[in-house]
Design a protein around this ligand. Structure first.
Ligand code: AMP
Ligand code: MG
Length: 397
């Protein structure tokens, strides 16, 4: 059986970023830029005041000099008059500096006189002035292709006059639930039935990752029905299904895929939970068959699907962030498989602790309750003692 790292590499080798599309800037948050963007003008567009105060022309020996205030200029306006020696103009933050002025003294640093102000003992030439183009110049490269656009980048692009950008779109994931025992949420399960909780778990996780979800519904364990449901997923960028992928008598997913043009890249990985995970390409479309057990579906989502989604979305880093933490209880590994233990992270006396979930059963949604991290334990690792430093994969901060 292949290892996690080998399997992940096979996934990443098969997936390319989605072709770029042009979107209005307000729809670009969370997406990855697919072009280099340059500024369309100087910022600031002209020298302006960094403070509410008074603009004046600096000269040597101006300490404590009295200036007559001859007018005011507010943000959004310009002072078009002249200014003579011994004069100042009241100016508000962001207002263009009047011609002839080069320095600003803040309101709180002056003493009011009859019709003007007295400067403080120390004023420096050019003080409290934001120079034209000091933030960026017309034509300056602001962001490179491959940059994720978060609020800071969106604000910068708006300031530079960029109204539309080319980005890799958010992937659309089709989600299929399989299992004769499943009922929809809202129905009361009859004997032998359970609610299709994986649909909610995975849709929620997909939305947290910024993906659109295309539900393919609930399918019974029957090869022809499965093949029909899967075909509806072809409009998406990736298909996810849960259940029916193991070696049970009614695990028909592989059989259903085999009736289509499906290339199996791998089936079964030496991991726990999630061993029966399947990955392949359906006419070039990535398909993941995740196990039905909730904690196994969730683990394989983080281990394989999230990196695949991030690759589709154009991110250069696809793996989860890793942090060091101190293990708070002894845990055991597996002789043959790499284990991934769910747990939560907190800080005690300034030390980051990893607390493995008390229930690690792959069949339990409760293993995932509060879990924000997974601890990888290499195959063949017998025990890790409490108090040891470990590296955990962060699922959410
Ligand atoms: P399977 O992978 O189909 O053998 O299913 C393994 C276990 O996961 C069984 O106990 C199923 O009832 C359970 N299971 C399968 N699909 C779901 C689902 N969508 N939501 C919750 N549990 C599921
Ligand atoms: Mg099943």
């Amino acid at each position: 059986m292949i290892s996690y790292q080998e399997a992940l590499q096979l996934v990443l080798d098969r997936i390319r970023p989605l072709p770029p599309v042009e979107v209005p800037l307000e729809q670009a948050g969370g997406l990855v830029l697919a072009e280099t963007v340059a500024a369309r003008w100087d910022m600031p567009p002209a020298d302006n005041s960094a403070m509410d105060g008074f603009a004046f022309a600096w000269r040597e020996m101006r300490a404590e000099e009295e200036l007559t205030v001859i007018g005011s200029v507010y943000a959004g306006a310009c002072w078009n008059g002249a200014i003579g020696p011994g004069e100042a103009i009241r100016i508000m933050t962001g207002s263009p500096l009047p011609v002839g002025c080069d320095s600003v003294v803040p309101l709180e640093d002056v003493v009011a006189t009859g019709d003007g102000i007295r400067l403080p003992a120390l004023v420096k030439k050019g003080q409290h002035v934001r120079r034209q183009g000091e933030e960026f110049h017309d034509g300056e490269r602001l962001l490179e292709a491959g940059t994720p656009l978060w609020a800071g980048e969106i604000g910068l692009l708006a300031a530079a006059g960029i109204a539309r950008v080319r980005v890799h779109p958010a992937p659309r994931a089709a989600l299929l639930s399989t299992g004769d025992e499943l009922v929809e949420l809202g129905q009361t399960p009859g004997p032998g039935q359970i609610v299709n909780s994986n649909l909610y778990l995975l849709s929620s996780r997909l939305r947290e990752e910024g993906c659109a979800v295309l539900p393919l519904g609930l399918c019974r364990d029957e090869p022809a029905a499965l093949a029909r449901h899967l075909a509806a997923g072809e409009q998406a960028d990736l298909i996810l299904s849960t259940g029916g992928v193991s070696v049970g008598d009614r695990d028909y997913l592989r059989e259903a895929l085999a009736t289509r043009d499906f290339e199996t890249v791998f089936w079964k990985v030496a991991i726990k939970p999630g061993k029966p995970v399947l990955f392949g390409l359906f006419n070039g479309l990535p398909v993941f068959g995740l196990p039905g057990n909730p904690a196994a579906a969730a683990a394989t989502f983080e281990l394989f699907v999230r990196p695949a989604l991030r690759r589709l979305a154009g991110f250069s880093t696809v793996g989860p962030p890793r942090l060091n933490a101190i293990l708070d209880m002894e845990i055991r590994g597996d002789a043959k498989r790499e284990c991934f233990l769910w747990g939560h992270i907190d800080e005690i006396d300034g030390r980051r602790m990893f607390h493995p979930s008390p229930r690690q059963g792959s069949g339990q949604n409760r293993s995932l309750q509060g879990a924000r991290a997974m601890l990888p334990v290499p195959a063949g690792c017998d025990v890790i003692q409490a108090g040891r430093d470990v590296e955990v994969m962060m699922i959410r901060y």
